[in-house]
Design a protein around this ligand. Structure first.
Ligand code: TRP
Length: 371
């Protein structure tokens, strides 16, 4: 029997049923008309929209209305800096960069070094603040515009956030956050306050620019509880409700589950030596048969294959070639060894290039962090 689905900001386990999540969370699917609209605005449809990786939203249509009406629009996303980044973290950032390019929008990027300190017993503030700067290298390497990207360390920039956080906190009761996040009497009081901090970047651009900005948050769907809370109080504080566009999780290389730093053998970290990443791929869980003979006869099953998932999510841009790959797998023509070796090559190439850009980012940090 499969494990029960749990999706909260601090835990994702079991098999994730995205249809059910949309129902539970009360979000909307990204429909064909919305996709057509994005294709028209961007000139093409990004891989992550074409393939349903971003699949759900709140008020994305309204955000596009604001953009098309010439109103100011902005972007907000973030990262909990508790360790090195892996490809699952980069996935929504690639799409966020696409949004920045298309909409020429400012991005506020929050590093929740406070949150990660509060919830991980073993991490010190030096650790989490240190990861803020390490993870910022990854963010910069994705290619964001230094003139339009503002990284926030909650710990180091608290003076820029505190006034807004207080205004949020004053309007949210304990019973509300208890219901939304499932807090209990044994949680520390820091984490109970923390949702106010995560709400702040929804409004900070409006304060900085002195007029209301329509903000869109591209992020994995586990963060949605924060936005339910924030949307409830935004108008009371005189701001627009933030809009969201929700992503699925990148699977890990093992059997079932999302890519997770707590299972390093099934995660590809951006700082993995390319050869190490290649080895992880060669050990990945696939949809292959027990023997080559069987696979030639019966074919493989891409629908359960993590290697296929990597082509699908990231490493095969060309839809036609992706379909061919799927077909060759199902027909038994393509065996797992060859398929994995090709992916390993692509991942190595990606990592070499990414790591070069990541090192170059070291002396650009100042340009990206908020003052
Ligand atoms: N809480 C998020 C995490 O643990 C980090 C985060 C802060 C975030 N603000 C965000 C993620 C906005 C997405 C969008 O990863």
């Amino acid at each position: 029997m499969s494990e029960e689905m749990v999706v909260t900001p601090w835990k994702v386990s079991g098999e994730v049923n995205y249809e059910r999540l949309m129902e539970q969370f009360g979000t909307k699917p990204i429909t064909k008309p919305l996709l057509d609209r994005m294709r028209r605005i961007a000139g093409y449809l990004h891989l992550q929209l074409r393939r349903g990786i971003f699949f759900s939203h709140r008020d994305f249509d309204w955000w596009l209305d604001m953009y098309e009406a010439g109103q100011p629009v902005g972007l907000y996303t973030g990262r909990g800096p508790s360790g090195p980044c892996h490809l699952g973290h980069l996935l929504p950032w690639f799409f966020t960069k696409h949004l920045q390019d298309v909409f020429d929008a400012h991005l506020y990027f929050q590093m929740t070094d406070d949150e990660k300190y509060l919830i991980h017993p073993e991490l010190t503030l030096e650790d989490t603040v240190g990861y803020t700067y390490e993870n910022a290298l990854d963010l910069i390497a994705v290619g964001f515009d230094p003139e339009k990207t503002h990284i926030i360390s909650n710990v180091n920039h608290v003076h820029r956030l505190y006034r807004l956080a207080l205004q949020v906190a004053k309007h949210v009761t304990y019973s509300t956050v208890k219901a939304i996040f499932g807090f209990t009497d044994s949680d520390n009081i820091g984490i109970i306050w923390f949702p106010a901090m995560q709400a702040v970047p929804c409004f900070i651009q409006s304060i900085i620019e002195g007029h209301n900005v329509a903000v869109l948050i591209p992020a994995a769907i586990d963060q949605d509880p924060y936005w339910r809370m924030t949307r409830d109080i935004a108008e009371k504080l005189g701001f627009y409700k933030p809009a969201q566009i929700h992503a699925k999780f990148l699977p890990g290389l093992g059997r079932g589950g999302k890519m997770s730093a707590s299972m390093p053998e099934t995660a590809i970290f951006t700082i993995d030596p390319p050869e190490v990443a290649a080895r992880k791929i060669m050990n990945a869980y696939t949809g292959g048969r027990a023997t080559a003979e069987e696979q030639r006869r019966l074919g493989g099953d891409p629908s359960i294959c993590t290697v296929y998932a990597y082509y699908y999510y990231l490493f095969e841009e060309d839809d036609k070639r992706l379909r061919e790959l799927e077909h060759r797998c199902r027909s038994g023509e393509l065996l797992c060894g060859e398929c994995k070796a090709e992916l390993a090559e692509r991942v190595k190439r990606f990592l070499r290039d990414f790591q070069r850009r990541r090192e170059k980012a070291r002396n650009q940090l100042d340009r990206f962090f908020l003052e």
